[in-house]
Design a protein. Structure first.
Length: 186
């Protein structure tokens, strides 16, 4: 962030930062410290809005950061924001990289809230995949039909199913890596 703000300042450009999903306001406050001209933060989760407001005020930045209490996809240009931002800072990632709606959030921001020549921080990511064997994970895909006195033919029980769970396999011991981690995409 410091490098981008310095670069824009050296080009005599105004630095307008948008912080999506501000949480505690940390990235917004860093932007102020780095010399941003304007900082707009947005946060939709009410308890975090309260925390951000307290943190921003405690650090003497109440007049330097505008906090919009809504999702970035609900921001209306000309109403909530006076102008598009040329720097986006955000941390809307989870263990699956894109599970918190990061792609749609970024797409909306690029189309509606940011200048065409904007900087996005972070500007890249790497998604890794790894094939593992785990009876526990396999069982997450199946209902326990024995509870209902129902039987599933054995050939169907061996079929895999899709499930999306927010869990890190390192949190439990019962799994066996079958491959090394591989880059899925960057």
């Amino acid at each position: 962030m410091k490098k981008v703000i310095r670069k824009l300042k050296s080009e005599k450009k105004q630095v307008n930062v948008l912080d999506i999903g501000t949480g505690t306001g940390l990235l917004s406050m860093m932007a102020v410290k780095c010399g941003a001209d304007t900082v707009t933060a947005c946060e939709a989760f009410k308890p975090m809005i309260d925390v951000a407001l307290k943190c921003i005020e405690a650090n003497g930045m109440k007049d330097k950061i505008k906090l919009i209490p809504k999702r970035s996809t609900e921001i209306i240009m000309g109403v909530d924001m006076a102008h598009r931002a040329n720097v986006l800072v955000t941390e809307v990632f989870d263990t699956e990289l894109i599970g918190e709606g990061a792609i749609s959030t970024f797409t909306h921001a690029l189309e509606n809230l940011l200048t065409k020549d904007c900087y996005v921080i972070p500007d890249n990511a790497v998604m890794y995949i790894q094939v593992v064997e785990s009876n526990v994970c396999h069982d997450w895909n199946w209902l326990d039909l024995n509870k209902y006195n129902l039987k599933v033919p054995l050939e169907y029980k061996k079929l895999g199913g899709d499930s999306i769970l927010d869990v890190q396999l390192t949190q439990f011991k019962e799994f066996k890596p079958l491959t090394e981690p591989l880059v899925a995409f960057e």
